[in-house]
Ligand binder design. Structure first.
Ligand SMILES: N[C@@H](CCC(=O)N[C@@H](CS)C(=O)NCC(=O)O)C(=O)O
Length: 314
């Protein structure tokens, strides 16, 4: 199989809101893709053998290139499949800034609402895993606090729904105008999560007529065309292939990164996560990629965004 024939392989699970964000982007682009279902809780050996330890959801694989984080995935999809664009207006820079908020603070708010509201019914193992990932070392305390201050958290989210409603009140179908954009998916994944997983979510959204219609419209976009693939088959796709990523470090790298250097990369949050070790292959302002050897899939190149990730040199 030549690299250009390699399918988009999406490692995810149905309940993941961050995966839903990317599934909607694949829907906007009308892509055909292969679906590999991964476990909701670690260990995820068939995933981490590809990523080198990154355990979050989702991860995209194209041949021997592995893309971690929805920001990195959406950027790569836009480059490989530019039409239709998910940046259909001339606001790409501003919308990227806004997406740091939807994917960061706004998503974390929705996590607190969903976990805080279900604190008494969450399976212990799930509470411990997601608590530590999103609420730090004192996660048990954090869960209790989220439960106690639920009305405050909902008041915070309600403001965003009002802003969405205002943006859509001139009758535009999508947030930036007539065409669906990445920012629709980035806003939608938070609303989808709260709507589906907090019992008051549907009622809250119904307060905002334009936002409700927009939610239904984005939901009708669908996910493109997906077909299931086993994790073993996904690993076998990578085995005979090499990464198609051009090596090189762009000028003025603030960390002085160099091709061939050993680096470790991890989300720059206190989530108790393992860092990914590898040999630097490519770095520029927005992205970084390392070469590593998977014990099952052979040589792979693992990509991350620079924004929100800490790169350490050894
Ligand atoms: N910044 C990451 C966040 C990913 C994230 O936190 N995903 C959640 C699922 S929605 C997760 O990884 N949960 C733990 C897991 O799936 O193991 C991205 O945009 O991809």
């Amino acid at each position: 199989m030549t690299p250009t024939e390699s399918p988009v392989i999406f490692h995810n699970y149905p309940q993941s809101p961050v995966a839903e964000k990317v599934r909607v982007v694949m829907g906007i682009k009308g892509l055909s893709w292969r679906n590999v279902e991964i476990p909701r809780l670690p260990p995820k050996p068939n995933l981490t053998t590809l990523t080198g330890g990154y355990r979050r959801t989702p991860v995209m694989q194209i041949g021997a290139d592995i893309y971690c984080d929805s920001h990195c995935i959406i950027r790569e999809l836009e480059q490989r499949y530019p039409a239709p664009s998910v940046m259909p207006t001339s606001d790409a820079g501003l919308l990227s800034c806004l997406s740091r908020w939807t994917d960061g603070a706004l998503f974390e708010l929705s996590v607190k609402i969903v976990l805080g509201a279900s604190v008494d019914t969450l399976p212990a193992e799930f509470a411990q895993d997601r608590g530590r990932l999103y609420l730090g070392e004192n996660w048990a305390e954090g869960l209790k606090r989220a439960n106690a201050e639920l009305p405050h958290l909902i008041a915070q989210l309600r403001v965003t729904l009002l802003w969405l409603d205002n943006q859509l009140s001139d009758g535009r179908p999508f947030l930036t105008g007539t065409d669906a954009a990445a920012i629709d998916a980035q806003m939608y994944h938070v609303v989808w999560f709260v709507h589906g997983r907090w019992e008051g979510g549907a009622l809250l959204l119904r307060e905002f007529e334009h936002a409700q219609h927009w939610f239904d419209r984005v939901s009708a976009i669908g996910h493109g065309t997906q077909s299931d693939m086993t994790p073993e088959a996904a690993l076998a796709v990578a085995t005979p292939l090499d990464s198609v990523t051009e090596p090189g470090v762009a000028d003025h790298d603030p960390q002085g990164l160099k091709v061939g250097q050993q680096v470790s990369i991890a989300p720059d949050v206190n989530g108790g996560e393992q860092s990914v070790q590898g040999v630097l292959r490519m770095a520029n302002t927005e992205s970084i990629a390392v070469d590593r050897v998977s014990d099952i899939a052979g040589s792979v190149c693992v990509h991350f965004p620079r924004a929100g990730y800490r790169v350490e040199t050894q």
